[in-house]
Design a protein around this ligand. Structure first.
Ligand SMILES: *[C@@H]1O[C@H](CO)[C@@H](O)[C@H](O)[C@H]1NC(C)=O
Ligand SMILES: *[C@@H]1O[C@H](CO)[C@@H](O)[C@H](O)[C@H]1NC(C)=O
Length: 397
């Protein structure tokens, strides 16, 4: 009788050592935080998540929101610099994570111990985007280094390392690269084909993720791009508006290409970077559904902005601080998907925060934000398969 290729004993040993590896890797990253301690939240990006950094920089009124009627729903008692009628997505995420409101980095004497928000309205991924008028992503990453130093002085090196590896890093950026940076910039369009430009934007975003990973960041959340062509501003600017109106297709196509490329990059990073965990989802389809079917989700208008001028209120005049000093303001902001020509209302921010917080694959994943903040381990391939050559990928950049 032929001997079986693997004896049952060695098969058992194989299985148990595999289980041991699984066990070791599931505890290695799960034990990073003492009981009762909260994970911090660090935020990078643009006006979708700016909590008021631009209040402190020299810029144009289009890149600020520290005047009425921004913040008019009264949650914070008035305008704060948030590009919304009230709160934005990261305010809800902080609340669900049982954290206080996360301060903007530039707010004087801000307490950084629960995290910091570095985002800046108008900023992109490329340094060229709105250059000189915003805090670009590179600068946001440099500011993170300053925060690291401040935290190390306060808590010591070990505790700071623990805080940084346990924290969640939420990144929401890219729209400005495609709108002002590309579609609004004939020079860029001459230099790069759309797909080359997307590659460059994604390449720079990948580098930023790797820089954070190199500093010890492990848990990431992403707000992918919305159907950009359906923003009231882009509907109004659509060169083919009189062929039946509608969304500006080139802008939406760039957003979709970006989201697809981001999805691929994140899948690959999960293989390569040990302990890298993320939450991503398709904001494009999610928001398009609300734009097309507002009443299914508690809204009345998915097309027009509550605040602005001209077609769809798509001319950015909200607040009257810009060149055009008159503007329309709707009666009930909560009925609208769009607050101003570029930015959604608090209601949209809240619904999407809920989706990222407790959504499940395939629409949200591989982790939900709740998993990341409250550490529910799911092993990734990079956690269980050690590189045969023993290379250390943790400094991979
Ligand atoms: C990052 O963007 C710059 C333009 O600002 C570009 O020259 C460079 O190739 C990009 N990097 C990557 C890795 O794509
Ligand atoms: C607003 O007016 C200023 C000064 O006249 C001009 O430089 C700027 O380009 C204008 N901005 C817009 C968005 O039209």
């Amino acid at each position: 009788m032929a001997r079986p290729f693997i004896s049952s004993t060695s098969f058992t040993i194989c299985i148990s050592s595999l289980l041991l590896i699984l066990f070791i890797s599931s505890t290695a990253y799960g034990s990073e935080l003492e009981k009762g301690k909260k994970r911090a939240l660090f935020v990078f990006g643009d006006s979708t998540v700016d909590l008021g950094n631009n209040n402190y920089i020299e810029t144009i009124p289009e890149n600020r929101a520290d005047y009425e009627p921004y913040g008019q729903n009264g949650f914070f008692g008035g305008p704060t610099g948030r590009f919304s009628d009230g709160r934005v997505i990261v305010d809800f995420i902080a609340e669900y994570a049982q954290l206080p409101v996360i301060p903007p980095f530039l707010k004087p004497s801000a307490d950084y111990s629960n995290g910091v928000n570095f985002a800046s309205g108008g900023a992109g991924i490329l340094p060229e985007t709105n250059h000189g008028l915003v805090i670009d992503l590179q600068t946001q990453l440099k500011s993170f280094e300053e925060v690291e130093k401040t935290l190390a002085e306060k808590f010591g090196k070990d505790e700071t390392e623990e805080l940084i590896s346990a924290a969640v890093y939420f990144i929401s950026t890219g729209s400005n690269d495609y709108m002002g940076g590309y579609l609004g910039n004939p020079t860029m369009q001459q230099l790069y084909q759309p797909q080359e430009f997307v590659g460059m934007v994604i390449g720079n975003l990948t580098q930023a993720i790797q820089v954070l990973y190199g500093k010890g960041a492990r848990n990431f959340g992403f707000l992918s791009l919305s159907p950009l062509g359906c923003l009231p501003a882009l509907r109004a600017a659509n060169p083919r508006a009189n062929e039946g109106g509608g969304c500006f297709d080139e802008a939406s196509a760039l957003a979709m290409a970006h989201n697809n490329a981001l999805k691929t990059v994140l899948t690959n990073l999960e293989y390569i970077l040990k302990g890298f965990k993320y939450c991503n989802s398709n904001f494009y389809d999610w928001l398009l559904d609300r734009i097309e079917n507002p009443s299914k989700y508690g809204f009345k208008d998915g097309v027009n902005a509550c605040c602005g001028t001209g077609p769809y209120n798509g001319i950015l005049t909200c607040g009257g601080t810009k060149n055009i000093t008159t503007y329309e303001l709707c009666e009930r902001g909560e009925d609208y998907v769009w607050w101003d020509s570029f930015h959604p209302t608090e209601g949209i921010h809240k619904q999407f925060a809920e989706a990222l917080w407790s959504g499940t694959p395939p629409s949200v994943g591989p982790y939900s934000l709740q998993d990341l903040f409250f550490s529910q381990e799911k092993l990734t391939i990079a956690d269980v398969v050690d590189d045969p050559e023993g290379r250390d990928f943790s400094h991979f950049q």
